[in-house]
Design a binder for this molecule. Structure first.
Ligand code: ASP
Length: 351
């Protein structure tokens, strides 16, 4: 059987965490070393099942400082992308071990940074540390090995950035963290799973992206001057006005109500007009977990069309943020930005 080579990048997260002070019950959790984590991963040891029976060879790299994923920023997305780029030709698949808090953001970010990705990049983590007697880490991690190492298991390749969690494989830029405590930590409300990992592994080939044409590369030009604003009843336009006046926001994502509805007041409309005039790209997403924005469905969204607000369709807020940063990072014309935001680039949106 031909060798399958998998690269594992450990960035931190609950999966490898332990108490800051082991003497104190309820001591806060902090990330622990790869060596600590690996002690519990018997299946990947050299004489373990994956290596011995499936001829899988593993290589590991650990972030120099392991992080709770709430501490990550876009420089970490770039770091992860570069670690994979360096090894792209030498490995069959990639697993990123990551905290759950911002896993869907990282997966979305990477999906745009990678160009012509033609190998699996699987993010996984867990709700309970691997040392816990009822941990979900072992299942999630070993499922991730099956997906990243598809070749060794006779499975169709899933050459996308995905999240493997609780026996399901979700497209990364369609996922969102939905629970802090149940094992089904992630949902993909507007796109079906890429695979289900029950007794048998069922890869849903019709849900997968088409194979790309060109060579793999990374494009790490991201514009960080993007914010997300959640609307709420009683929202005061003055606060947004101040942000706009500072003129430092290139991309404004507004989490609107329902299918793109927002207050049609004069101050709000003129604030958005001013932002547009200053060159800010405005994208409407929805606060709803499922469904998307349809500007013009209601009068309460139609008024925003003439201003030049762009519909985010059924983008998750994580994907909207990553896409906006990436698109604005390409320094294209306003028309090109608008076109890209309304294009399905990485399977992230259905218009
Ligand atoms: N705070 C943790 C993190 O995101 C939570 C987790 O991994 O489940 O790193």
């Amino acid at each position: 059987m031909a060798k399958t080579r998998l690269f594992i990048l450990y960035t931190g997260g609950t999966i490898g965490m332990g108490p800051q002070n082991p003497e104190v019950s309820d001591s806060p959790l902090i990330p622990q070393s790869w060596e600590q984590l690996q002690r519990y991963m018997h299946s990947i040891h050299e004489d373990g099942y994956f290596s011995k029976v499936k001829n899988i060879e593993f290589e590991y790299h650990s972030f120099p400082v392991l992080l709770d994923s709430s501490q990550l920023d876009i420089s970490h997305w770039i770091q992860m992308a570069k670690e994979i780029e360096k090894r792209y030709d030498d490995f069959d698949g990639f697993i990123i071990i990551h905290g759950t808090d911002t896993m869907a953001y990282t997966a979305s970010g990477l999906s745009f940074i990678f160009n012509n990705l033609n190998k699996p990049v699987v993010l996984t983590g867990s709700q309970l540390p691997i040392s816990h007697s009822r941990t979900d880490a072992i299942t999630n991690f070993s499922n991730a090995i099956h997906i990243a190492g598809a070749k060794a298991f006779g499975l169709p390749p899933i050459n996308e950035v995905s999240i493997c969690f609780n026996d399901r494989l979700l497209r990364g830029n369609r996922s969102t963290k939905a629970s802090t405590n149940v094992f089904e930590g992630f949902v993909s409300p507007d796109y079906p799973p890429l695979a289900e990992l029950e007794e048998a592994i069922k890869v849903k080939t019709r849900n997968l992206m088409e194979a790309p044409d060109g060579a793999f590369s990374i494009n790490t030009n991201l514009n960080p001057n993007v914010i997300i604003l959640t609307l709420f009843p009683g929202f005061r336009v003055e606060h947004l006005q101040k942000l706009i006046e500072d003129d430092e926001i290139d991309g404004l994502i507004i989490k609107t109500y329902g299918s793109g509805n927002a207050p049609c007041t004069e101050p709000f409309l003129s604030c958005l007009k001013q932002a547009k005039k200053q060159g800010t790209t405005i994208l409407f997403t929805t606060q709803c977990l499922q469904g998307g924005v349809k500007l013009g469905k209601y009068a309460a969204s139609d008024v925003f069309r003439p201003i030049g607000v762009i519909s985010g369709g059924d983008l998750t807020n994580e994907a909207a943020l990553a896409k906006m940063m990436w698109v604005l990072g390409q320094k294209s014309s306003a028309a090109e930005v608008e076109k890209l935001l309304q294009t399905n680039m990485r399977g992230e949106v259905t218009f």
